[in-house]
Design a protein around this ligand. Structure first.
Ligand code: PGA
Length: 221
């Protein structure tokens, strides 16, 4: 199987930028994790696109939760997955273990796949966030050291290789690497057999860069 490229647009992008991505959206090796409001537009541009969100509500079902977006709504709009537990949300939005745990459960119940992010503190994070979650078949883990996110400083691939194995011993599922991945270093990580793909922030906003990354991972069969 080819390695996966998950593009995390964070709070970036526009309809115009999305249009630039029209011809890569149908590629089965890329998932676009978009701001909520761009999700239906992406589905209009490419019905088969693999679209994800970057968050969902910790509240289940529907109701009086002003400003919240539920996992059911994401499913209804055509999302196939959702990123949960990103370190920016843990620190800037003060997401707690309890809320991350609820979000994961909600997403799974709605039939979404979960891209569950952990960082250097992965052992502690996993033990709390995954409480009561037994079926992990629809969960992928993204290992993203905080020191590598947006800094241009990636850890040595052999270190990532070892950490991915450690995580895999705790959660036997697919493991992605994230943090300053670009077209220059993507194969440092995608050539590791303990890594199933990458979660890319900044570099995923540039179409030429994304095309180059896709070409490289398509050679990883
Ligand atoms: P970056 O972000 O690629 O810009 O470092 C990755 C992420 O935060 O998912």
């Amino acid at each position: 199987m080819n390695k996966l490229l998950v593009a995390n647009w964070k709070m970036n992008g526009s309809v115009a930028l999305l249009r630039e991505f029209s011809d890569v959206m149908g590629n089965p090796n890329i998932v676009l994790a978009l701001p909520y409001i761009l999700i239906p537009i992406a589905k209009q541009l490419c019905e088969t696109a693999n679209i994800g969100a970057q968050n969902c509500s910790e509240f289940r079902g529907s109701g009086a939760y002003t400003g919240e977006i539920s996992s059911d709504m994401l499913k209804d709009l055509g999302s196939s997955c959702v990123i949960i537990g990103h370190s920016e949300r843990r620190s800037l939005m003060h997401e707690s273990t309890t809320s991350i745990n609820a979000k994961i459960k909600n997403a799974l119940e709605s039939g979404l796949k979960v891209i569950y992010c952990v960082s250097e503190d992965f052992e502690k994070q996993i033990s709390g966030d995954m409480d009561g979650i037994e079926d992990i078949s629809n969960i992928m883990v993204a290992y993203e050291p905080v020191s590598a996110i947006g800094t241009g400083k990636t850890p040595p691939p052999n270190e990532v290789y070892d950490i991915a194995l450690k995580i895999h011993r705790i959660l036997e599922t697919k493991i992605l690497y994230g943090g300053s991945v670009s077209c220059k270093n993507i194969m440092d990580f995608c050539s590791l057999d303990s890594i199933d793909g990458v979660l890319v922030g900044g570099a995923s906003l540039k179409i030429d860069e994304v095309k180059s990354m896709l070409l490289q991972i398509q050679k990883t069969i």
